[in-house]
Every structure is written in structure tokens, then in C-alpha cells.
Design a binder for this molecule. Structure first.
Ligand code: ACO
Length: 350
């Protein structure tokens, strides 16, 4: 018994934000962004209408329809995001409600693995399906990054990279030996946790840095989740040590892809399509070069959508499928690296 992707769908908000639009907000240029990241434009959700959950629900509806099932047949939901609507509860239950799934037999799980969230979610779903526990697992990756980025020059190294969007798949059991997930490999190294992180607000006390640095007091009745200092000094944004992330990403992507290929008895030349997490076009190009892959073996769409973190792989896979670039029997490799650091790869036959 294997787990196959029985349905797939994606959703991106209408509003296109170009590099030229960002030039009006901060000291940056289209040339800088294009040269360092490959990104030309990204989508931003409508603040009045959209959230991570609503975008995820739209992608999920399309995946459910594509799988030819009804929403009531979904028996487990996995939602991967770093930009949830609420601190808690997570988007898993919110999307259940948004989709109108009233069946309370359905479990809802939230995954907080940032860029590798979809690959982690796929592996979790695979275990549930292969063990016979669930027959229709809905896995969603969605992000509304635009709600929490610093669009002043201070935040330019991070904010030019990220965009909003969602992708979803329905996973089902198959006995067809020529389709489904062949192998998944997950890794983590928490020593790099703060190199790419959204630390505040958060109740981290003196765990990271000095308590005074964040405005924490000794008063046991003072809130330490969000302090005035965090707001005054604009600490409530993601931070990234770009060079450090780049250095590890270009090392770990090829390593984990090779690990998956070796386990399943393949080599890079056998890959029909590699869909790397769309972190940065330069990272994808580096990985392609190291693995000696042709252009038609790697799919990138970061140029149009920016980095959509947990949504990037299902968004790219869904778009590639719609363009006819994914055919029955193709060997597909999905690989991700990101905050944590966490990274992983899945190899599957379409
Ligand atoms: N526009 C113009 N100038 C900028 C911008 C910007 N948006 N951002 C930073 N700069 C400036 C810096 O201030 C710096 O100026 P200085 O030399 O006067 O100090 C200069 O550009 C170079 O900055 P660096 O950070 O050294 O630039 P680098 O060449 O490392 O490129 C980048 C930055 C693109 C973030 C790169 O480090 C990178 O690609 N890192 C990988 C991180 C990544 O891809 N993250 C994606 C999210 S994480 C994930 O999904 C895995």
C-alpha cells in the first residue's frame, strides 16, 4: 500500500505587488531584488477579505474537487503555516469550519515547520494512509506573509522575499506499484533556530538574549508576551541571517535529495521534475547545478509569487500539473529547507 496524491489545487490572491511597487515603500530596486532572489512580483491577500485560512480553504476546495470526492469524505486535515490567523487555535480547525465540514470524526493537525512544513505534512499523512488509519487526508500549505512584514527600509532584506498564497493536496491509498510516495526524509538542526525566526511577540523571557533587551520586567503580573519595547523598537517582525541561510540551504537541499534518491534506487538523471521549496531562485539554480539537472527537470515559479513558505511546494506542483509538466508515472522530487533549521525531501511517482 502506498499513498498517492489524488487531487491538487492552489489559490493566489488577485493583488499583484511588483518590485517597482516595493521601490515606492523602501530603499530597494528591481535590479537588487531580481539579481539576488529572482523575484519579479508576488501576491498580497486582501486585508478585508482574506486570511491564511480562507486562502487555504480555497486551495483545499479545488484539491477536493480534483480528487473527485466530497468534502464530507475528508477524514483528516493537516495544515502547515507560519502565518496563522490566530496564535491559537490553529488553522486546521478553522479550515474545517470554513469548508463546512461538520463531521467531528475528522482530526485536524497543525504543522509549524515553516518552509519544510509541506514535506513534513506529506510524511505525516503518508504514515496515516499507509497504516490504514485514514483514506482521504487533506494537506494544506498556506501563508499570508504580508500581514506581518516590515515594509520600511529597515525590513527590506526580508520583506522583498515573501508573498501570499496557498496549495493543497488530497492523499489517498493506492495499491498501484507505479504511483505514490516512495520515500520521505526529514531532518532538523535546532542550533540555528534564531537565524531565521519570528521571535517576538513571544514568551521567551531570557531564553534568547537578555530579558531587558525585550523589555521584560521582574513583575510577575506584567505581560511578557508582548511588551511596549517590542512595539516601540519594531521587534515584531521576522528576522533572517540571509547569508547563513543561503550557505546551509545550498548544502542541505542536494544532500537530502540524494538521500531520497539513493533510498529508492534512483539517481538525479532519473528525476522527471524537481520541485524545490521556492526560497530563492539562486538557491534553486545552485541545487540544479550541483545535481547536474537540465532546466526542464526543475520547476520554479518564485519569479511570480515570491517565497510562499509552506505553500510554495503545493503551489508549484499544482501549477506544473496544470501546465501539463507532470505526467502519469513521472518521478517527482519535492524538497525543502527552512527555518529551524528543518529540511526534507519526498520522492513520488505521479
Ligand atoms: N534592497 C536593496 N538593498 C538591500 C536589500 C534590499 N531589499 N536588502 C538588503 N540590502 C542591502 C544590505 O543592507 C547590504 O547593504 P550594505 O552592503 O550597504 O550593508 C547589501 O544589500 C548586501 O546585503 P546582504 O544581506 O549581504 O546581501 P546578500 O547578497 O546576502 O543577499 C539575500 C541577501 C538575498 C537575502 C541572500 O542572503 C539570500 O538569498 N539568502 C538566502 C535566504 C533566503 O533565501 N531566504 C528565503 C527565506 S528562507 C527559506 O525559505 C529557506
Amino acid at each position: 500500500m502506498r499513498t498517492k496524491i489524488a487531487g491538487i489545487g492552489h489559490y493566489v490572491p488577485e493583488q499583484v505587488v511588483t518590485n517597482q511597487d516595493l521601490e515606492k515603500l523602501m530603499d530597494t530596486t528591481d535590479d537588487w531584488i531580481t539579481e539576488r532572489t529572482g523575484i519579479k512580483e508576488r501576491r498580497f491577500g486582501s486585508r478585508q477579505k482574506e486570511t491564511t485560512t480562507t486562502m487555504g480553504a480555497e486551495a483545499a476546495s479545488r484539491a477536493i474537487e480534483d480528487a473527485g470526492i466530497s468534502k464530507e469524505e475528508v477524514d483528516f486535515i493537516i495544515f502547515a503555516t507560519l502565518s496563522p490567523d490566530y496564535f491559537f487555535p490553529g488553522c486546521g480547525v478553522l479550515v474545517q469550519r470554513e469548508l463546512g465540514i461538520s463531521n467531528t470524526e475528522v482530526g485536524a493537525l497543525d504543522i509549524r515547520n515553516q518552509c519544510s512544513g509541506f514535506v513534513y505534512g506529506l510524511s505525516v499523512a503518508d504514515q496515516f494512509v499507509r497504516s490504514g488509519t485514514y483514506k482521504n487526508v487533506l494537506l494544506i500549505g498556506a501563508e499570508m506573509h504580508s500581514m506581518g512584514l516590515d515594509f520600511s527600509t529597515r525590513g527590506r532584506d526580508v520583506s522583498v522575499i515573501f508573498g501570499d498564497g496557498a496549495g493543497a493536496v488530497v492523499l489517498q491509498p493506492t495499491e498501484d506499484e507505479n504511483s505514490g510516495i516512495l520515500t520521505s526524509h526529514l531532518h532538523s538542526d535546532g542550533r540555528h533556530a534564531e537565524e531565521l525566526a519570528f521571535i517576538s511577540p513571544g514568551c521567551h523571557g531570557g531564553y534568547h538574549g537578555q530579558p531587558e533587551q525585550y523589555g521584560f520586567s521582574d513583575d510577575p503580573y506584567d505581560t511578557i508576551f508582548i511588551t511596549q519595547k517590542m512595539l516601540d523598537e519594531a521587534m515584531i517582525f521576522p528576522n533572517m541571517n540571509g547569508r547563513h541561510v543561503f550557505k546551509f540551504a545550498v548544502q542541505k537541499f542536494p544532500e537530502v535529495i540524494m538521500e531520497a534518491l539513493k533510498t529508492a534506487g534512483y539517481q538525479p538523471s532519473d528525476i522527471d521534475l524537481l520541485i524545490p521549496h521556492q526560497a530563492n531562485l539562486r538557491i534553486s539554480q545552485f541545487v540544479q547545478k550541483v545535481l547536474k539537472l537540465r532546466d526542464d527537470q526543475v520547476y520554479n515559479n518564485i519569479q511570480k509569487y515570491g517565497n510562499t513558505t509552506a505553500a510554495s511546494i503545493p503551489l508549484a506542483l499544482s501549477e506544473a500539473r496544470d501546465k501539463g509538466l507532470v505526467k502519469s508515472g513521472d518521478l517527482i522530487c519535492l524538497a525543502a529547507f527552512g527555518s529551524g533549521f528543518t529540511w526534507g525531501a519526498s520522492l513520488l511517482k505521479w
